[in-house]
Design a binder for this molecule. Sequence first.
Ligand SMILES: [Zn+2]
Length: 309
Amino acid sequence: MKKSSLHLPLASAALALLLMSAENVRADDAPAGAAEKIAAALPAEAYAKPAKPRKLLIFSKTNGYHHGSIATGKLAFTELGKKTGAFEAVVSDDLSNFEASKIGQFDAIMFLSTTMDPFGPSEAESKTMTDDQKKEALEKEEPLRKSLMAFIKSGKGFIGIHAATDTFYNWPEYGDMIGAYFDAHPWTSDKQVSIKVEPGQEKNPLVAMFDGKSVEFKEEIYQFKAPYDSSKVHMLLRLDPAKSDMNVQNIHRTDSDFGVAWAKHYEKGRVFYCSIGHNDDMYWNPTILRHYLAGIQWAIGDFKVKTDK
Ligand SMILES: [Zn+2]
């Protein structure tokens, strides 16, 4: 055997590692200038004074598509909590935070663009697993699922941002809790869309920052499938079909019902979901940041807002 052939596998392994870490650095870094833009856009104060110091877990593990904007979101939510004093953000993908003995330290949990089954083995890992190993993995996941659901039902908060509805298709109770599953994004991130406040909700404190006006920007907007039922949630924002491009692909719905943000109760818990958050600049849009803050404080339980569903 020649010397070079001995070294080749090692060299390519090192190269692969180098490429992987370069990729990780990219995925974990917000774009240049993001911190300054976020700082300039943050609201000065909280909507409500926290009843006690609040802790928000920001969980963004992906098991499918990984949004580059997760890094920007982590930064924006961390700074939002710091500047307003509304909460302390704990940014972590450590699954042990969901264990029954640890989850109680949080007041609310945010799923920031999580995808697929973030508690389970990756798709690549699953491919090499035997049926017994898959069963074992699911058994390991079960206590975490139970403890997350018990946490919410007991009166805590859950906040879903963007791909949080592209998550846990294999867990119907999660779909019921968040209120929808993703069904394609007919409006891709480069499409100009118009988002309107749900008629009648103009004065609702969770959307009052829009002053009853629509916002227009380029953003990826989702379409939802069952268990989505806009009559069963407290709808806050919608895509305005009259002012958005409807000649886009993959529109499956015939009822023009494209909810964007809603609030809902899940037993004693409060669930706030907003599908905005694909593009980085959403995290330095002053109106969207205010909307996120109001939703987070409502889910935590400090911002008392009448929500009937
Ligand atoms: Zn997206």
